[in-house]
Design a protein around this ligand. Sequence first.
Ligand code: F3S
Length: 104
Amino acid sequence: TYVVTDNCIMCKYTDCVEVCPVDCFYEGENTLVIHPDECIDCGVCEPECPADAIRPDTEPNMDSWVEFNRKYSEQWPVITRKKDPLPTAAEMDGQPGKLEKYFS
Ligand code: F3S
């Protein structure tokens, strides 16, 4: 599966949702997540993210991100159309520690 990671938080560019063939992105207030069981591993979303926030779970240390994506995809509504990025997108792109700051 692919998962959404830290750098989506407070950016939420949403380019990713437009290309997903199985509509497996879910939207929270500050970030999106991918449902790991619905993702078909096609990978088309990965290069679409301007914040480089989408990663394959084959990279090291991704277990906690898979868990994070699964947890919230079961709570949040599906998103299938691109919308404006968050107003904080430019300033928050690349900031460290966003997970700790916004999800603790
Ligand atoms: Fe987030 Fe990147 Fe999609 S910032 S909303 S994963 S395009």
